[in-house]
Design a protein around this ligand. Structure first.
Ligand code: GDP
Length: 418
């Protein structure tokens, strides 16, 4: 029973915060799009019939249609991104596989990941991969084939291979989490390129360490560079291969507290990305290989401990689940803030611009009407009719836009608060 306490595949995952916010913002933008289209038709009519609106204004208004469509497109593609770093063989691929509950990424001897690998959900039922600069979809039927495909491709170390995996096979992929595995930080001198190309939009970074050794300079340097380029990146530290500590139970606790202290110091004093309390919640002692084995057993209907490698399985397994829970909370909150706050402020500014433009047009129509009233004799019935109709439509439009802006503001702040 305690297994399900921490991980609830069908229960409420913190990732739902992001999923729900995305849906809400998307619905709001759907409404904005409708209003913009409707208003554009009206503006175009004003331009054609009475020249109250000039060409430049009409074009400006049309540009809102494209702006809103562009934001909607970006919104569709928004996801939560987590990137994994650490030395070769510390277990980065194994951690990703354990989280995905399936051996998707090749791991182990001969399968060193020598380029960036991104795993993302795919709506169709098929699995395939795509290399950078090619539109060809290479079908992936099994892990062996994927490993071979990755080995055969002559890939530059900072290039990206995207692996599309059926969403329904993993709840994290279904909820829009994208995983990025990196070549070992020990193999590259191009850390700047790595960060610029793959990290700037990451919501969470996971440093995978080998609990059997201490953090290296290369590992530290990488995160120093990251925190220079990004303000306060979210960093989790996994001391992996913790199953090995079972062989030396007498020094387990002292090793653990030593590692913990070093990791917390690194996050708080060196990188200055978190305070003590937060940092203590970001350091974990796990065994990725064991967790993956346990989950594969679970999928077969067996108890998870059948995947145990050493004594103390249950504690390590809980710790992995605890990491996942805190990771999910962190990534979904961070992604909502960084991604959607931007969309909502853009949406507000577009609707604000439209509102002032319509106010302006409304004023001009009033002046135009007064002017015409002074020259009543010259008026034909047709113009009079058009004017009255125009006043009515403009008033309606203005009211609609005002209500819309208020509604958008209210909905957006509600969604963000939630
Ligand atoms: P990467 O190069 O960082 O992606 O490392 P991999 O995930 O490919 O792992 C390297 C090797 O270490 C593989 O043979 C894994 O099975 C093994 N490994 C990974 N995590 C663990 C762990 O927690 N415990 C043990 N005993 N072996 C692990």
């Amino acid at each position: 029973a305690s297994d399900t306490r921490l991980y609830q595949p069908n229960g409420k995952s913190p990732l739902q915060i992001f999923v729900r916010a995305k849906k809400k913002i998307n619905d709001i933008y759907g409404e904005i799009e409708e209003y913009v289209l409707e208003t554009t038709t009206f503006i175009n009519a004003l331009h054609a019939e009475a020249e109250i609106v000039d060409k430049a204004e009409r074009e400006l208004f049309e540009s809102y249609v494209y702006k809103v469509a562009a934001i909607r497109e970006v919104l569709q593609r928004d996801h939560m991104k987590v990137a994994f770093f650490g030395r070769t063989s510390n277990g980065k691929s194994s951690v990703i596989n354990a989280m995905l509950r399936e051996k998707i990424l090749p791991s182990g001897i001969g399968h060193t990941t020598n380029c960036f690998c991104q795993v993302e959900g795919n709506d169709g039922g098929e699995a395939y991969l795509m290399t950078e600069g090619s539109a060809e979809k290479l079908n992936v039927v099994n892990i062996k084939q994927l490993a071979n495909a990755l080995c055969q491709e002559k890939l530059c170390e900072s290039s990206l291979v995207r692996i599309f995996w059926p969403r329904e096979r993993c709840s994290l992929l279904r909820d829009d989490v994208v995983f990025v595995d990196s070549p070992g930080v020990d193999v590259s001198a191009n850390l700047d390129d790595w960060i610029d190309n793959h990290c700037l939009n990451a919501d969470v970074f996971v440093l995978v360490l080998n609990a059997e050794s201490t953090m290296t300079r290369a590992e530290k340097q990488f995160f120093h560079t990251v925190s220079q380029k990004l303000s306060k990146p979210n960093i989790f530290i996994l001391n992996n291969r913790w199953d090995a500590s079972a062989n030396e139970p007498e020094c387990q606790e002292s090793v653990k507290s030593q590692h913990t202290e070093r990791c917390i110091d690194f996050l708080t004093k060196e990188l200055k990305v978190s305070n003590e309390r937060e940092a203590a919640e970001r350091v974990f002692f796990v065994s990725a290989r064991e967790t993956l084995q346990a989950r594969i057993e679970e999928a077969k209907g067996n108890p998870p401990h059948m995947g145990a490698i050493a004594e103390g399985f249950q504690i390590r397994y809980f710790e992995f689940q605890d990491f996942e829970r805190k990771f999910e909370e962190c990534i979904s909150k961070s992604a909502v803030k960084t991604k959607f706050q931007q969309h909502s402020s853009r949406g507000k500014s577009v609707s604000g611009d439209m509102r002032s433009m319509l106010d302006n047009i409304f004023e001009r129509i009033t002046i135009f009407r007064n002017l015409k009233q002074d020259q009543k004799t010259m008026l034909t019935d047709r113009i009079q009719g058009t004017e009255t109709q125009m006043m009515q439509v403009t008033r309606d439009m203005k009211l609609k836009i005002h209500t819309m802006v208020e509604e958008v503001e209210e909905k957006v702040s509600k969604a963000l608060n939630e």
